[in-house]
Design a protein around this ligand. Sequence first.
Ligand SMILES: NC(=O)CC[C@H](N)C(=O)O
Length: 301
Amino acid sequence: MDLAALLDRIAGDVSADIGRGAVADYIPALARVAPRRFGMAVAEVDGSLHGTGDWEQPFSLQSMSKVFTLALALSHGEGVWARVGREPSGNPFNSLVQLENEDGIPRNPFINAGALVVTDELARHGDAADALLGFLRAECGRADIHVDPEVAASEAAHADRNRALAYFMASYGNMRHPVPSVLDQYVRQCSIAMSCADVARSALFLARHGVRDDGTRLLDSSAAKRINAVMLTCGTYDAAGEFAYRVGLPGKSGVGGGIVAIVPGRCAVCVWSPGLDARGNSVAGVSALDRFTTLTGWSVF
Ligand SMILES: NC(=O)CC[C@H](N)C(=O)O
């Protein structure tokens, strides 16, 4: 299959969706991104890389970072699962409502509450954002991957919701470290800037059943399978059912407009377009992945 030509075709097919939706503005620095951007990259398990549009343009990783921090936390053991569940929340990604009824245990690691717990767990082994940066740089082979200081400052200045989630969980004994420290690491992990090409390459370990770019193992194949399963059921928040229906792949979105999806055994795909739907998922991104699985027939189903 000529993937480069296929990606160009998809960019044309979804052109009516590019610029649709709203750029996230609750983090003011994200609102400065031009809405009519679109990029898509596919990294295959054999190392080949293909892309279209703005596929080499860095953008804000945001919640896509949650997949990588979960993988890093699990590489140290299963302890995180005592503190966070594995069920879809059916609620917005930054919702507080379930925590009180569920004893401060977040539904899953991909809503903000769950990701804060994962960052807190990873922080037992050193600064979580630094660990994440080290991993991403190694996997995509780029030492210049960095935290965007403007986005980080903007997010830190508008983090009351996440601060509330973290303090609320702390009140149930579900924070190991002081909230300001966990929040700082979480904000920096979300503010990492990467391109579609970088993200697709960095996520390949999930298509390789846990094996990293250098051939060493981050996770056993069972743990990699489980992360993919949680991505499928929870990776796009209260739209996970619709995403599974349309795309049929494990996927994780971020409010920077990126979505990373995994075809186990074959490839990792990253698409970016900043216009978001009401649930915080890229409109053109979901359409492009929908076209991708339709045209290739690559799906987990
Ligand atoms: N869905 C997202 O990408 C949300 C991430 C963002 N950093 C937040 O905490 O709100």
